[in-house]
Ligand binder design. Structure first.
Ligand code: CO
Length: 139
């Protein structure tokens, strides 16, 4: 079941410049840094009252986020919803006619399993479902 907004992904070109900007905006200095090679991204994230903001830069141009930046520029990339039953939710959505980008959850940042829904099915909002990877259903 989908429970909460987990994070908002923001596409940025330059992580260091963007951390400096968010430092100015929100006084953040304690960023979690991580590279997720499967997704081709480097992230810097921080949490505001339980919702994480994930600044996301491409590791190279030939990645989904690199292509997004090339065509749309910097900005909000996706909204991620936390679920406690990602497989069941993906199945339910697919059965309801929602197109999935990832039919199977993939490794994401913060030890999460993630799956994107196709924006053509979600009013052009790129949505991600995520769940902690140590969930018993994914040993
Ligand atoms: Co995400």
């Amino acid at each position: 079941m989908i429970q909460a907004i987990d994070h908002i992904g923001i596409a940025v070109r330059d992580l260091d410049a963007s951390m400096q900007l968010y430092g100015t905006l929100f006084g953040v200095s304690d960023f979690h840094r991580e590279e997720v090679t499967d997704q081709g991204v480097a992230i810097a994230s921080f949490t505001l009252n339980g919702v994480r903001l994930e600044l996301t830069a491409p590791l190279h141009d030939d990645t989904p986020i690199g292509k997004f930046l090339a065509s749309r520029g910097e900005g909000i990339h996706h909204v991620a919803f936390r679920t406690d039953a990602i497989d069941a939710d993906l199945q339910r959505l697919q059965d309801s006619g929602i197109r999935l980008i990832n039919e199977r959850p993939q490794p994401g940042a913060h030890d999460m399993l993630i799956a994107f829904l196709h924006p053509k099915s979600t009013g052009s909002v790129l949505m991600e479902l995520c769940t902690p990877a140590n969930d018993a259903s994914h040993p």
